[in-house]
Design a protein around this ligand. Structure first.
Ligand code: ARG
Length: 580
């Protein structure tokens, strides 16, 4: 149970006692913490309904609440706000009871849902870049938050592993290594065969092939033939395709592992190759898909352009594979919600796909399809971030940059004193990656943000390292001073303790808000405030030198802080180093 729920209950009961059992009590954390902890604005709408004076109602409720020792003060302010301050004794009793539980006081408010989250979205033949950081990082954080909130979640990478780009890669691989057995007419299998190309080759060939095809119609024709043959299941091409898919997939999985991003499924566009064909036929038979200008489309409402399933050249398009994927997801998992994390530019695509899925009955009306777009990562000029050479940086290079910057800070003595070489390597990795992730997650996901490697790895300000430092400090205190007896109530003797306790008890509210709005930055903000309040407490309240009662209480408060902070770090997918 949460503190907010406890207070809400008390206020509801007070309203009922005063003769208003159905009143909406509108309880929330106070806007003015110096005045009160919680406020109820319920008297205002009630007065309107009953044509009475809101202050009078509020005073009546406040008088009832005042009889409860739980509150230190209850007052009526302004037009009829009821302000409540909890007694220190009650707060001290409640904190360990609520926080020292499985979910730190959080209770699931909605029945469990099955949720599919579509993030990461790597394209075979292309390296992951900055945009994939956002998709993976945000999608995975939302998955963690929804899982924590009690939902059954499934993260799916949805590989771009089908269609024309694959035909282009095959064409260029044949140009370079025509002797490979895959192209022979009597090809059987590639047992024991070592392909001559590397991952670097695979990721290099796609842009080259794509440029060549634009200039050279014969080359383009070959790519089209290969695409068609691959989709029809020609064994040689399929085996070759599988080789470079596996290569890029291994690379992507490694990067996701470094980023601490988890995926449950690695389905791709190719997964639904067969069902896409059947689905298209079915939609055509039922009259949902119609010919328009040589293309097969699903018409949309209003000004929205039609969703193209098959273009005039006969190629199956992005919308078709997304619809077939939805059909497959519905059949296998019966999700209540499907979330998509891509940058805002795919907005039109998803609105077409969602409308088509509902209209055709692929997805029932009560299933929620949500597009969760994110903004761009910008350079200091506030334009999309570019490397010195002018390209979009690869995800790997960005991660390396973060790790290098962390290492430089260690070498410069800004963090991590007295470390062995191995510790330096490990800590640079943990801290660098966490810094990169936090710098991304702390922003409202819909907004663009400016990337600044130096700043994000500073140990001061709103950064990953600042948070990790606070957490490592909490651990170190418990290790050095000792464990607390968690069965005892906390004693509050300093405002910093009170502030920190109230902050920790607000955890369920933060989780609920992050869940409802699919917004990891709410957890990031909350964690930052926990760290700030903890540091203030640590500064103002001696632990080792305090009396036995106070020492126990402060150690317990440290342990509760650690519990909340590590839970939040986990919701954001931040790993915590042992020391810093
Ligand atoms: N591969 C796509 C891209 O890089 C993202 C995939 C998003 N998911 C989806 N189901 N369409 O743009």
């Amino acid at each position: 149970m949460s503190l907010l729920a406890i207070i809400s209950d008390k206020v509801v009961q007070a309203f009922a006692k005063a003769g208003y059992p159905d009143a909406e009590c509108l309880v929330r954390a106070s806007d003015r913490p110096e005045l009160s902890d919680f406020q109820s604005n319920g008297a205002l709408p009630l007065a309107k309904q009953t044509h009475t004076n809101p202050r009078e109602i509020a005073t009546q409720i406040a008088d009832i609440l005042k009889q409860d020792d739980f509150f230190a003060t209850v007052s009526v302010d302004g037009p009829g706000f009821i302000n409540m301050k909890i007694s220190d004794v009650e707060l001290g009793k409640l904190a360990p009871q609520l926080i020292n539980t499985d979910k730190c006081g959080y209770e699931c408010s909605t029945p469990q849902k099955t949720v599919i989250l579509d993030y990461c979205g790597p394209n075979i033949g292309k390296v992951l870049h900055f945009g994939h950081l956002r998709s993976s990082n945000i999608g995975d954080a939302v998955r963690r938050i929804m899982t924590f909130a009690g939902d059954k979640t499934i993260g799916d990478a949805h590989l771009g592993d089908w269609g024309r780009p694959m035909g282009l890669v095959l064409t260029e691989l044949k140009e370079r290594w025509p002797e490979m057995p895959y192209f022979k007419s009597d090809y059987k299998n590639d047992k024991g065969y070592q392909v001559p190309f590397t991952l670097a080759d695979v990721t290099e060939v796609y842009p080259i092939a794509s440029a060549k095809a634009k200039e050279n119609p014969e080359y383009m024709e070959q790519a089209k033939i290969f695409t068609r043959e691959l989709q029809a299941g020609k064994k040689g091409l399929h085996d070759l395709w599988k080789k470079f898919v596996d290569m890029t997939l291994a690379d992507t999985k490694e990067l996701m592992q470094i980023l601490n991003v988890h995926l449950d499924l690695w389905w791709g566009e190719s997964t639904v190759n067969d069902t896409t064909t059947t689905l298209i036929q079915d939609l055509q038979d039922k009259g949902f898909a119609v010919m328009d200008d040589g293309a097969l489309v699903i018409k949309q409402e209003g000004d929205t352009p039609p969703a193209i399933l098959v273009n005039s050249a006969g190629a199956t398009m992005y919308a078709a594979s997304d619809l077939a994927t939805l059909q497959e997801r519905m059949q296998q998992f019966h999700p209540d919600v499907v979330l998509y994390f891509t940058d805002a530019r795919q907005g039109l695509h998803f609105s077409q796909v969602f409308a088509s899925a509902k209209k055709t009955g692929i997805v029932p009306e009560n299933v929620s399809l949500e597009f969760q777009p994110f903004g761009t990562v910008n350079g200091p000029d506030n334009k999309p971030y570019k490397t010195r050479e002018g390209g979009v940086p690869t995800l790997r290079s960005v991660i390396e940059m973060a790790i290098d910057t962390a290492r430089k800070k260690i070498d410069a003595g800004e963090m991590g004193k007295d470390l062995s070489e191995q510790e330096k390597i490990d800590i640079s990795k943990t801290v660098g990656v966490a810094a990169l992730k936090f710098a991304d997650l702390m922003n409202d996901k819909t907004k663009n943000y400016i990337f600044d490697a130096e700043r994000m790895i500073s140990t001061e300000g709103k950064t990953g390292p600042y948070l990790l430092y606070a957490i490592v400090r909490m651990k170190a205190i418990l290790e050095k001073v000792g464990k607390a007896n968690m069965d005892k109530a906390l004693v509050i003797t300093d405002p910093a303790e009170r502030k920190l306790i109230l902050r920790l008890l607000a955890f369920p509210t933060a989780v609920q808000a992050a869940y409802d709005t699919r917004a990891p930055h709410i957890i990031a903000d909350y964690l930052y405030n926990v760290a700030g309040d903890f540091n203030l407490f640590y500064h103002d309240c001696p632990i080792k030198m305090a009396s036995a009662t106070e020492r126990n209480s402060r150690l317990a408060l440290t342990e509760l802080s650690l519990r909340i902070a590590t839970t939040c770090a986990d919701l954001l997918g931040l790993r915590i180093p042992d020391k810093m």
